[in-house]
Design a protein around this ligand. Sequence first.
Ligand code: HEM
Ligand code: HEM
Length: 222
Amino acid sequence: MLFKVRVWDLPTRLFHWSLVLCFAGLLATAEVAGAAMAWHFRLGYATLSLLLFRLLWGVWGGRWSRFGTFGLAPATLLRYVRGEQTPALTVGHNPLGSVAVLVLLLLALLQAATGLFSADETVTAAGPLARRATATWVHAATVYHTQIGKILLIVLVQLHIAAIVFHRMRRGENLVLPMLTGDKQLREPFEAARDDARTRALALGMLACCAAAILLLLRWAD
Ligand code: HEM
Ligand code: HEM
């Protein structure tokens, strides 16, 4: 018998797919450059707001989106890597997935944060905080943003997608469907993530606060 459990609440799912769209848009606008950089910036601010929201949602979000339920203890990781695949370890992100997700979030945050300080050689495209920082800092941020962080993120996203394909092909586990519908079919009746009008309104309020914080930062930088 299988139990249908809500694992990914709507805010987490919307966060994920919006992040994917922003990421694609950021790479495309950076590639086109020139006038497209205005959109690179806008998408960058949207990404920053989304990432800040996800950090808050990691504390107050649905049960399986909370960082506290990620299996990050070394002993848990070891059990998983040694082949223990109990449902308790794989309800939300599995322990290895949890580490990958946190690294992805941190690298994306670092990429967006360094973007704020980045400037191209002619300073035709300069992040809003570049004017307020020293030349050394701007140089370091730009080198990280355009040469290091970009590669790290692209490689990690490729690994992320490869891991999802691996789970599908080798373990017959479809991880994408739950990220779309929110639900997993589990062999045990685990506690569901709360995902009702109240929690969704809370998420919307949190996202609005994150966007407002970014707007305030931009106004201050201007
Ligand atoms: C078409 C491409 C993508 C697919 C099919 C995909 C699919 C997924 C799936 C299935 C999960 C849940 C994994 C699990 O069950 O443990 C997930 C989580 C996640 N993915 Fe992706 N992903 C894609 C692209 C990306 C990109 C481009 C990024 C970031 C730049 C990203 C960042 C994340 C993050 C941060 C999580 C954790 C979600 C959370 O807990 O908030 N993904 N992805
Ligand atoms: C996670 C979010 C972001 C991603 C994935 C991203 C990605 C990229 C990439 C791939 C490039 C081109 C690097 C190259 O090949 O030259 C670039 C350039 C740039 N980005 Fe971002 N970016 C992000 C956020 C931001 C933000 C928030 C800002 C500023 C508001 C920003 C400002 C810039 C600037 C000024 C450049 C041009 C630097 C140069 O040409 O030397 N980026 N970004």
